[in-house]
Design a protein around this ligand. Structure first.
Ligand code: NI
Length: 167
């Protein structure tokens, strides 16, 4: 297993759209293991392959309190979305920034696991928000891009300052 490097907003590679997985091989299983280890180590509750510069439709999530419920979604598709969530979200690619974005409160998702088995998942609350957030990553969208231009500028300035401090 290996810890993967997480791209930081506003890295242009975060804007690449991911392509569907067509082969469920050992390479995919390794990617999922490495992504899960990277997410748990960060620590975070979700990670999209886009964030580790792999442009395949793969997501790992664990929104449970005990950190023992790994969800792997390959080629996810939302087939139903209802309600409006009021949960603030953050992102491992945008460290230290938490904002409210309009998301559905409940979603029904069709996807595959890393072995190629089809699955349907009904999620609500934090898990539902997380799924929508990670699926945006696969489209090349980072959550702060829902905010006003002014807010995005401020966030970029704050992140640049953080980077200078840690350098
Ligand atoms: Ni994110």
């Amino acid at each position: 297993m290996a810890l993967l490097n997480i791209l930081r907003y506003p890295d242009a590679r975060l804007h690449k759209a991911a392509t569907p997985v067509t082969v469920f091989d050992d390479g995919l299983k390794r990617l999922v293991r490495d992504m899960a280890e990277t997410m748990y180590g960060a620590p975070g509750i979700g990670l999209a392959a886009t964030q580790v510069d792999v442009h395949k439709q793969v997501i790992v999530i664990d929104a449970s309190e005990r950190r023992d419920s790994l969800v792997v979604l390959v080629n996810p598709e939302i087939v139903e979305a209802t309600g409006i969530s009021d949960i603030e979200e953050g992102c491992l690619s945008v460290p230290g920034i938490y904002e409210l974005v309009e998301r559905a409160e409940r979603v029904k998702v069709r996807a595959y696991d890393q072995n190629g088995n089809a699955l349907t998942l009904e999620a609500q609350g934090l898990l539902a928000v997380c799924i929508q957030h990670e699926m945006d990553h696969l489209q090349g969208k980072v959550f702060v891009e829902y905010l006003s231009q002014l807010k995005q500028q401020r966030i970029r300035a704050r992140l640049a300052k953080q980077l200078r401090k840690s350098a």
